[in-house]
Each structure stands twice: as C-alpha cells, then as structure tokens.
Design a protein around this ligand. Structure first.
Ligand code: GLN
Length: 486
C-alpha cells in the first residue's frame, strides 16, 4: 500500500513507531495531488511550502513524544473556514481575495493537534448546492466517474479524501453537504449535533442549520477527528457545554440491544433509485445479523421538509449575506456612478446565480407582508419535524435511511433545474432542521459502479451511537476498501 492510501489510524501507527515521518506522508500526499488534481479539480488553494514546513515541525514534535492521533497527518479544509493568512473564498467571486486575519476554532484545534493543513477545497458558492457546480472557481469531478458530480456542497472535501489526496477533510453541512458528497464519493462523513462543534470562523450560510464535521476514509478516522473537533467554545454562542466523550470508545461496542428505526415514509418516496433502496435494505440485514433489532418508525412531516428547509435556509442566507456590500469585504465594483450602483453592481457581479436566487427568495419570505406566511409558518413546521424525530427516538436508538435518492448524477444534468436539485436533498435536510447528528457510510455500489451511502441519524449528542453502528457495519462489509481508479 502506498503512503497516500493509508488511513489516519494506519499513518499514526507508522509515525509513532518511527517507520515514516510526517514529511514522507506530506510529500506523498502532495505527489498524489500533482498526479490526479488535473482530473478531479478538488483544490482551490494548495500551499505546498507551508505544508512541508508544518510537516517538518510535526516531525520535531513527534521526536519529543508529544503526539496526538492527528499529529503529522495531512488534511484539507473546505474553503469556507477561516484560515489565518490563507485565502478563504467560499467558492465565491465576492470573497476571491479574502485572506482571514484569524483561524476558525476548528482550524485552531487541528493546528494544536499537529495536523498538517495542505490547503482549501472547492465547494458550491456559500455552500449553496448539492453538486459543487455552483462554485465560481471550477467544477469538481467525482473520482469514481469524472463525468459526474462529486455531490455538494462539500464536493471538494469528499473528492479529495476519496481520491487519496488527503487523509481527511473538514466539510460543513447545512442540509446534507457533508453526508451527500460522502455518499457519492464512498467516504465516511459526519454532521454532528447542532452546537457540538464550534462554528466560530465558519463563513455563515444559514446559522441555525450550519455545522462543521469530518470526512474520512474510515469510521475510526472519523471518531478520531471528532475527538479533536467537538467541544464547547465560548466564541460561539450556540456551542453547547456538553462534555466530549472519547468517540473511539464506542467503536468496540456490539449491536446487541441496539434498535434501528426504519422510517415508513422514506420507502414510499417517489424517485428512489432501486439500487439505492436495495443497498439500504441490505444494510438493514447486515445490522440485524450483527445483533440489532429493526423497527418501523414514522416521520409524518417528511413531505414538508424540502419546503421548510428552503424557506428557512434562504431567509437566514439573505440576512447573513447582507454584509457583502463591497464596503467591508472582498470584491467591489470598480467604477460605479454612486453608492447605490456600487452596492448593486458589487452584489450582482460578485454573487453567482444560485446565491442570488436564494437571497431574493429569502428577502421575499422575510418581507413585511409575507413574514408570517413563510418564515413564521416554516418555523412552526420545523418544530413539528423535530417532534417527529423525538417520537421516533422513543422507539429506536438510530434511524437508518438513504442519503440521496440516486447515485451521483452527470455534470450539467440538473444545473438548469433548481427545483429538481432541491428535491434530491429530501433525506438529509431534516437532520439539520431537527439539530440531530447524521452520518454517511459507504454501503454499496450501483449497477454502473457508482458509490451509495447509508445514512444514520441519532438523538442530540449521540454521535457515539452513530459511530458504533457505522463501525459495526464497516467491519461486516468491504465497500470502504474499494478505491476509485484514477
Ligand atoms: N443542498 C442543500 C442546499 O443547497 C444543502 C447545502 C448544505 O448543506 N450546505 O442548500
């Protein structure tokens, strides 16, 4: 096995035993990026010199015996988390030259743990999208089929991990943006409970839904990254002072006594690909064989999830994105006739079509005459959706579901049809509306050989239960061992 193919767990063992150095690992990752980046297009910014410098510092640190499971491990970051001195574009023209003066809390934590940060990864502009086609920079390709989307909005993160360009990555998930690309690229993705991981320094899309989480090649690696990322942060007022367990401790627990809920409404949804439903059905059997009990659960408000999410997310986005006015940040129209024209030109040239669509939709829904009918009503139904999950979790520990209704679609296939793209988020949006944790683990391939992910949803702060079920599933299957041929 080549160095760039190692999991974090394997690389850590080799680093601490002295078999390899962080410089070896980092060079291997950089060489891999050189070899495949022109096909995959995952990176927006790559800082080789800084990566090698960080790796050398890690080697000195490892020599003193002061290591964490992430020391010396090459990682990459979705380009919407602030990295001090490193450009953070959010996949948008409006921030194309923004160099943050500070690190997001998650970046500080990774740096303190000794991770090597290679660079920043492509994404849909302001994390709005499900395909990475809405990036103002470029379209990332799915390493399993270069004519297809890698998913989104954290498409660069999933593609880079899947193509072995980095050992793990950070993504953000507002309505599925970690789980869906993880599913399309056959990697493990975790959206933690709202408030579990600090959002300080994350460029905001929809503040009541956004959450940062890890994408990795194994469930163990995911638990390791969660150990570093999770925890209270006084700089984020929505961060929760809940103690952080050792997530790896859940992995060795068996599934006896674990009840898995299967939502009755999901199987009946139109447009579910037969290969996806077969893979999820097979996963159910695998978990039963390992001792889990399956029960039917009900999420009666499923039909409203897409509408509620797109109203709430767009409302919050319209408010959050008001700050990009050409005065304080980034891009400014160069030759306006006056102040109003400067605002107008800056925003109409700086933002892409999808972002403008959401700002217009959100502004409309928040306007005086419509607030109650749209934002107010959506907020009420959001409560009902959360209550559906509370009731379902009275009957089960973990919910099993598809991540996306179909495997990765072709580049260009849905880009002209925003409604179709929105509808494909049906299985992932509700976890964000309810604030609960969700995970995607590789669970099969379609007839065409495209990856399929299994979604696990849990109670607030029960990431450990998701990791336990995911790890048991991974142990019983070998989907995660298959690699794309690039
Ligand atoms: N696809 C969803 C959207 O376009 C979710 C995006 C996300 O999770 N950032 O809003």
């Amino acid at each position: 096995m080549q160095l760039h193919e190692l999991t974090i767990q394997e690389a850590h063992a080799k680093l601490t035993s002295g078999d390899i150095s962080s410089l070896d690992l980092t060079r291997a990752a950089l060489e891999r990026i050189q070899a495949v980046e022109s096909k995959v297009d995952a990176f927006i910014t790559l800082d080789e010199a800084s990566a090698l410098q960080q790796a050398a510092a890690c080697d000195s640190r490892i020599a003193t015996g002061d290591t964490t499971p992430l020391t010396g491990i090459p990682l990459a970051i979705k380009d919407l988390m602030c990295t001090k001195g490193m450009r953070t574009t959010c996949g948008s023209r409006i921030l194309e030259n923004f160099i943050p003066p500070y690190d997001a809390t998650v970046i500080k934590k990774l740096k303190a743990a000794g991770a090597v940060i290679l660079g920043k990864l492509n994404m849909d502009e302001f994390a709005m999208g499900s395909s990475t086609e809405h990036s103002s920079v470029k379209v990332t390709r799915n390493p399993w089929d270069l004519d297809r989307i890698p998913g989104g909005s954290s498409g660069g993160s999933a593609a880079a991990v899947s193509a072995d360009m980095c050992m793990g990555a950070l993504g953000s998930d507002t309505g599925g943006s970690i789980r869906q690309p993880a599913s399309h690229c056959s990697v493990v993705g975790m959206k933690p409970t709202y408030g579990r991981v600090s959002r300080f320094g994350l460029v905001a899309f929809a503040s009541s839904l956004d959450q940062i989480g890890p994408l990795t090649r194994s469930v163990f690696d995911n638990a390791v990254m969660m150990n570093t990322l999770a925890g209270y942060d006084p700089a984020d007022s929505t961060s929760v002072p809940e103690p952080v367990p050792d997530y790896t401790a859940y992995l060795t627990q068996g599934l006896k006594g674990t009840t898995v809920g299967i939502p009755a409404e999901y199987a009946a949804l139109e447009g579910l690909d037969p290969d996806v439903s077969a893979a999820v059905e097979n996963a159910k059997k695998v978990l039963q064989e390992r001792g889990a009990t399956c029960v039917e659960v009900f999420l009666p408000n499923t039909q409203h999830v897409v509408a509620v999410y797109y109203v709430i997310a767009s409302c919050e986005a319209s408010s959050n994105l008001a700050r990009y006015d050409g005065v304080k940040y980034g891009f400014r129209d160069s030759d306006p006739a006056g102040l109003m024209e400067m605002y107008k030109h800056t925003r109409s040239r700086g933002f892409g079509t999808e972002v403008q669509r959401r700002i217009i939709l959100g502004t409309y829904c928040l306007s005086a005459g419509y607030y109650d009918a749209y934002y107010g009503k959506a907020s009420q139904v959001r409560t009902l959706i959360r209550e559906d999950f509370e009731r379902a979790f009275d009957a089960c520990d973990v919910i099993l579901a598809p991540v996306a209704p179909t495997p990765a679609f072709k580049i260009g296939e849905n880009v002209e049809d925003p409604l179709k793209m929105y509808l494909s988020d049906i299985f992932t949006l509700s976890a964000n509306l309810a604030g609960i944790p969700g995970m995607s683990v590789p669970c099969g391939f379609s007839k065409e050989g495209l990856p399929i992910g299994l979604q696990l949803l849990g109670r607030h702060f029960n990431e450990g239960s998701l990791l336990k079920v995911a790890y048991n599933f991974e142990q019983a299957t070998d989907y995660h061992k298959q690699r794309p041929k690039l």
